[in-house]
Structures are given as structure tokens and as C-alpha cells.
Write a protein that binds this ligand. Structure first.
Ligand SMILES: Cc1ncc(COP(=O)(O)O)c(C=O)c1O
Length: 384
């Protein structure tokens, strides 16, 4: 079957967070992480069917959905997940916050590697915890964990480490060795590992995703894994996600903390998630192929055609993390916005001088955005 990712769909006036920001101007929105593609047909059909039923009472996850999630974990990662380990959620940002709230005393520490998706940085504070940011380090032309620095930063008050793999915004898919080292440091120091793997079905190269929890039984018992179909199948607004928490004590604490605060998922979310995992693998493979083309295009264009900008290979996600520091500007995001491209500002990720570009859009839109960025930078002149 063929899928048309080139089709440009007008999202203005559809109540879209991404497109509403620039509704009055000629700015291409490439910021928040949703894609400009229609969700796969089986999801649309499942939603239609559920809507036709016409009753939208409180919902529980369909048994088939739980079976499918368990089956997927087994097939993809040889991970035997017990159905009782799965906790359904309306999103993973709430899960990051519940984790920070559930464990430890006030002002205990939550560790994370930066730059990182902003809710990793705000969740500790919202939960009366102290954020300890450990900067990623450069190894060759990629970012990696700084295990030595983590060992220095970890203290008896460290309770949780929030890990992002694949990593938003730097686009890394970490190797077994990289994750293992971090997971072992957590075990040694009694730090619970919360592994956000929301981008795990968006790997753009040949390698497979490795869930942290599959590294050993001890690591599994110490890990809270967060996953969702939302990024991959472009249904984040349907609010369906889940945590896998093998350890009963951690799971009970998590569930007690979310009680009365974090709502349950709704019927449409469950229906969309079920269709995504049951019927959309062919669409996903085609999507990856298209995103890989976009990734290669952005990578070549930014590194070869826009003076002073550079980026790494994006191994996973549809997000490019672009180094603009050589522009010497305080606010490159504002500069590109006035040139007609709306990017995410790196400073919110603890990456001042960088921008994040969402290339989950038709190629023609991407080409136009990059041309705008190139024209704006070239106009600055003086690139001797
Ligand atoms: C690493 C990561 N976690 C969580 C989310 C958002 O999760 P949700 O929409 O389920 O709250 C995102 C969205 O971009 C993300 O990149």
C-alpha cells in the first residue's frame, strides 16, 4: 500500500496548538512535537466506529489492547511484561510529574541529562524536588551520557533519574553499553530510573530500540518505563499513554500518587491506541522511510547550505537539534521567527543558542522553511 506524506493539509483554524501560535502571520510552525500528517486510516476508522456507538462513559482499556501491548513487548524486545505492570495514563508528562511526586521527601534530588525536553526540567520543581542537571557530553560528533559526572553529582538525597531514550532534543538512540552504565549507577546508589521511551518506534536507522528495563532483572525492577503510540502515529491529542512498572512497591506508590489527580484515558484514546498497535505497522514503516528522507535533507541543508549552523545525525525522532551559537545572537529563535520559521527555543531545554526543528511535515514545507532560514542567515553577510 502507498501512503501520501507529501500531501499538505491546512491545519489553520482546527484548534491546533502548533498552528495557532502563528495564526495571524506567515510563519511555518516547526516547534511542538506533533506532525502535519493525517493519522493512519485504521485509526480514523476505529475512531469513526467508536463515535458511531455514541456513548462516551468512563472507559477502561480493552482486554485486546493489553494483550497487544504485552505481545509487542515480547516480539520487539523479548521482554515478558505481566499485564498487571501496565498503568494507563492520559499522557507521559503527567507520568514524569507523578514519578517526581511519588518518591522521596521534599527537596530530595531528581537527576536528568541536559539538554532535555522541558517537562523533565520543570517536573522536579512542581513536585517540591531539587533538579540536578547533568550535561550530556560530546563524543566525536554525537552527544552521550557523562557517567563520570553523574557519579559525581549523585548523592544520598538523589531519588530518581529521568532518562530520555531516544533523546529529545538531541536525537540519540542510546546503545546497550551507554544505557547499562547509567542504569548500574542508579542501582548502586538506590536511584529509581524513569525511562521515557515515547520515541522508541521512531528509529530512523537500522539499529533497534533497547528498553532500559530489558538490560537485567535488577534493572527491570528498578525501572519505570514510559511509552505511548502518540508520537509515532501522530495522535498526541488523543491522550493515551502507559507506564510499565514491574516492581509492585513502585507501582503502588505511583498509582496512589496519581489517584484523584491524573484522570483516566478516554474511550477514543484507547480505540486509537488499539488500532495503531494492531493495524498500522505498514504505515509506520512508510513513515520512517519518509522521515529518514526529511532527516537526510535537513542534515545536508543545514550543514552544507546555511552558514554557521550545524547539526548532528538524528538517529531517532523527527526533531533536529541545530547549533546556532556561531550566529552570535542572544535569541536565534526570534530571528528565525521573523524570517517566517517558528522553532523551539533551545534555552527551554537548557541549550541556549540552539534551536529545535520539527521535520515531521511534507517535504515541500520543509524545503520552504529551510530556504527561509538560509535566506535570513545569508542576508547577515560577513562570513569570511
Ligand atoms: C520525551 C517526551 N516525553 C513526553 C512527551 C509528551 O508526552 P505526552 O504528550 O504524552 O504528555 C514528549 C513530547 O514531545 C516527549 O518528547
Amino acid at each position: 500500500m502507498s501512503f501520501n506524506f507529501d500531501r499538505v493539509i491546512d491545519r489553520r483554524n482546527t484548534g491546533s496548538l502548533k498552528w495557532n501560535r502563528y495564526k495571524d502571520g506567515d510563519v511555518i510552525p516547526m516547534w511542538v512535537a506533533d506532525m502535519d500528517f493525517q493519522a493512519p486510516l485504521p485509526i480514523l476508522e476505529a475512531l469513526h466506529k467508536r463515535v458511531e456507538h455514541g456513548i462516551f462513559g468512563y472507559a477502561v482499556p480493552p482486554d485486546e489492547l493489553v494483550e497487544i501491548v504485552v505481545g509487542r513487548m515480547k516480539a520487539k524486545y523479548q521482554w515478558k511484561v505481566d499485564p498487571s505492570w501496565i498503568v494507563w495514563l492520559p499522557g507521559l508528562v503527567p507520568a514524569l510529574n507523578v514519578v517526581c511526586r511519588a518518591f522521596g521527601d521534599d527537596w530530595d534530588e531528581v537527576l536528568t541529562f541536559t539538554p532535555v525536553y522541558p517537562p523533565f526540567l520543570s517536573a522536579p520543581q512542581f513536585s517540591r524536588k531539587q533538579l540536578k542537571a547533568v550535561p550530556l557530553r560530546r563524543e566525536g560528533d554525537l552527544f552521550t551520557f557523562d557517567a563520570e559526572r553523574l557519579e559525581k553529582e549523585v548523592s544520598p538525597r538523589s531519588r530518581v533519574l529521568l532518562l530520555c531514550n531516544p533523546h529529545n532534543p538531541v536525537g540519540r538512540r542510546y546503545s546497550r553499553e551507554e544505557i547499562k552504565r547509567i542504569a548500574e549507577i542508579c542501582l548502586e546508589h538506590n536511584v529509581i530510573l524513569c525511562s521515557d521511551e515515547i520515541h522508541c518506534d521512531l528509529l530512523l536507522d537500522e539499529e533497534d530500540h533497547i528498553p532500559t528495563a530489558t538490560l537485567s532483572s535488577e534493572i527491570c525492577a528498578n525501572t519505570i518505563t514510559l511509552m505511548a503510540p502518540s508520537k509515532t502515529f501522530n495522535i498526541p491529542g488523543l491522550n493515551c499513554a502507559f507506564a510499565v512498572i514491574p516492581d509492585e512497591g513502585l507501582r503502588t506508590e505511583f498509582i496512589n500518587t496519581r489517584q484523584g489527580v491524573v484522570p483516566d484515558t478516554n474511550a477514543l484514546g484507547y480505540a486509537g491506541c488499539l488500532a495503531a498497535y494492531r493495524e498500522c505497522e505498514e504505515w509506520r514503516i512508510a513513515l520512517i522511510d519518509y522521515l529518514r528522507g526529511n532527516r537526510d535533507f535537513v542534515y545536508g541543508f543545514v550543514n552544507e547550505q546555511i552558514p554557521r549552523l550545524s547539526m548532528d545525525n538524528v538517529e531517532a525522532t523527527y526533531l533536529a537539534w541545530i547549533d546556532c551559537r556561531r550566529l552570535g545572537m542572544r535569541n536565534p529563535t526570534l530571528f528565525f521567527e521573523s524570517a517566517g520559521v517558528g522553532l523551539s527555543d533551545g534555552k527551554h531545554f537548557q541549550g541556549r543558542g540552539w534551536v529545535r526543528l520539527n521535520f515531521g511535515c511534507p517535504r515541500s514545507v520543509l524545503v520552504e522553511a529551510l530556504e527561509r532560514m538560509k535566506r535570513a542567515v545569508t542576508k547577515l553577510g560577513n562570513f569570511g
